[in-house]
Design a protein around this ligand. Structure first.
Ligand code: TXA
Ligand code: MG
Length: 322
């Protein structure tokens, strides 16, 4: 199948494309769409059949629950019970790259989407195309990252086409994703927020609103099956915290580069800007990997702000394959 691809010109939304996309979703089809973090593979969150198609298209294990996307807090409240801390966070950071794991209301979305859990991960994306689509569809959309399971997340429409082009009815092209790493995921234990996945909202920003240090969630059953050690796997192996590339290695820099770089090299942010580095991470890895190097040496990235999310993705990309 060749997907219907629509070009969106900078700053304007193609209302006709959004209507077509919403109609496809209502009919149980799959539409890939841009969010500010990464592209999502969208389907009607209330339809078992549509949700099943997502697991199949991605080759994703059925026990790994999906994030449901909502237009705003009001739509979230129809699906889940939003406690006081969660509400404060949603009011501060939605629409934006923050997902909240909350108790799901009975029958509000497909049990396949939650993998049968009593909770659902919800987020309101900020990208104008995602917002327009959610409002036209007028209901929750599940959307995991639009890559095959275990691969790098796509941050532009070409990467979606390469990953899933033959499995989706439509790809909405909204240009390159501004944030570039997936949302931060929080869960709640006795009302207190706990970090499940570092992402597009920095821990330091969350702590300012929470007014207390944000602890990592205790490990445990489902925490995040998507948090398998080996995830985001490029074909090349990765050597992290490298000061310079060894002979034969490709190079992924951050900040000023060492001298004598190989032809195959990229830099996440020559000026050492973490937000720029996050926005370029998956695209740089994809470009390097496409040229078939055996190993990519990666410069150290500071473990603060968005650097935590970048290092989390790099560690998973570097982990030995299962
Ligand atoms: O930025 C993002 O979050 C992107 C864009 C498209 O919105 N989406 C995304 O989805 O990254 P995905 O499916 O690749 O990652 C969702 C993660 C998975 O690791 C899953 O295990 C976890 O969220 N998750 C979903 N529901 C959960 C739940 N009820 N409890 C714990 N973890 C959950
Ligand atoms: Mg993913």
């Amino acid at each position: 199948m060749t997907p219907d691809t629509t070009q969106r010109h900078a700053g304007e939304i193609d209302a006709d494309a959004i209507r077509r996309a919403a109609a496809i979703l209502r009919a149980g089809g799959l539409v890939a769409f841009p969010t500010e973090t990464v592209y999502g593979l969208g389907a009607d969150a209330r339809s078992d059949a549509a949700v099943a198609r997502i697991f199949e298209a991605k080759g994703r294990p059925e026990h790994n629950p999906l994030i449901a996307h909502v237009a705003d807090l009001a739509m979230a409240e129809r699906i889940a019970v939003v406690g006081e801390t969660a509400r404060r966070l949603a009011e501060a950071f939605w629409p934006g790259p923050l997902s909240l794991v909350l108790p799901v209301r009975d029958g509000a979305i497909s049990a396949r989407a939650t993998a049968g859990l009593a909770t659902v991960a919800l987020r309101a994306p900020a990208h104008p195309v995602a917002q327009a689509l959610l409002r036209a569809f007028d209901g929750p959309l599940v959307a995991p990252s639009a890559n095959r399971s275990g691969r790098l997340s796509p941050t532009d429409a070409d990467a979606v086409r390469a990953e899933l082009g033959d499995a989706v009815e439509m790809i909405l092209d909204g240009g390159a994703c501004a944030v570039g790493v997936e949302s931060t995921i929080l869960k709640f234990e006795d009302g207190a927020a706990r970090l499940l996945r570092p992402g597009g909202i920095a821990v330091e920003e969350l702590e300012r609103v929470l007014d207390t240090p944000l602890r990592a969630a205790e490990g445990g059953e489902v925490e995040a099956p998507g948090m398998l050690a080996s995830h985001y796997a490029p074909n090349a192996s990765l050597r992290l915290n490298a000061t310079a590339p060894a002979p034969g290695e490709a190079w992924l820099g951050f900040g000023p580069d060492p001298s004598g770089l190989p032809a195959l090299s990229e830099n996440l942010s020559p000026s050492g800007d973490l937000a720029e580095a996050a926005s370029r991470l998956f695209a740089c890895l994809r470009r390097l990997d496409a040229r078939g190097p055996e190993r990519i040496a990666v410069a150290p990235v500071p473990e603060k702000g968005l650097g935590r999310a970048i290092n989390d993705r790099l560690r998973r990309a570097a982990a030995p394959r299962a």
